[in-house]
Design a protein around this ligand. Structure first.
Ligand code: ADP
Length: 158
């Protein structure tokens, strides 16, 4: 489809949380395709490998044709151009997220005004959820119910 409305949802996804899943599902009606793109840089290793992160995301959205999963290692805005995305999707939880995202979003727009950043507010119940909290709970073998998508709960808890 030539004039497909394509959004990139970039992030570390180490691992994907129910907060990410919620933003993506709510954004689906707005776009023809959402590319969930795992951004990485070789100096930060993280808890899950890039391939594991991509597999977990694929498990969550299995059968959802509008979702693609990819990885990239460059400026997000350059990656958006590579995949011909006109939109860059980000989630906002708190004022701290807003300040951080404002800077990145405004500089991205200076670099490329053909990519529009779209923000979605987190659902209130998901505001405290982050990948770093999930990683802590995994390290200490806590219960991840309600924090990670149900499709990957068993896999990630084992
Ligand atoms: P990054 O390392 O780029 O912050 P993350 O994987 O932590 O990557 O987050 C990717 C995107 O998901 C960001 O836009 C972030 O604000 C959003 N996000 C993270 N956690 C939540 C949540 N609980 N609710 C809504 N959005 C979230």
């Amino acid at each position: 489809m030539k004039h497909m409305k394509r959004a990139v949802f970039p992030g570390s996804f180490d691992p994907i949380t129910i907060g990410h899943e919620d933003i993506i599902r709510r954004a689906l009606p707005l776009f023809d395709e959402i590319v969930i793109a795992v951004g990485y840089n070789s100096t930060k290793s993280g808890m899950f490998s890039i391939e594991e992160r991509m597999q977990l995301i694929a498990d969550v959205f299995a059968g959802e044709e509008k979702i693609k999963v990819d990885k990239y290692q460059k400026l997000t805005i350059d990656y958006c151009h590579d995949v011909e995305a006109q939109y860059l999707l980000r989630g906002l939880r708190t004022a701290a997220d807003f300040e951080f995202e404002r800077g990145i979003g405004q500089v991205n727009r200076m670099m490329a005004d053909d990519v529009e950043t779209v923000f979605m507010l987190t659902a209130p119940e998901f505001t405290p959820i982050s990948s770093s909290i999930v990683r802590d709970i995994i390290r200490h073998k806590g219960n991840l119910t309600g924090l990670v998508p149900s499709q990957i709960l068993a896999k990630i808890s084992s």
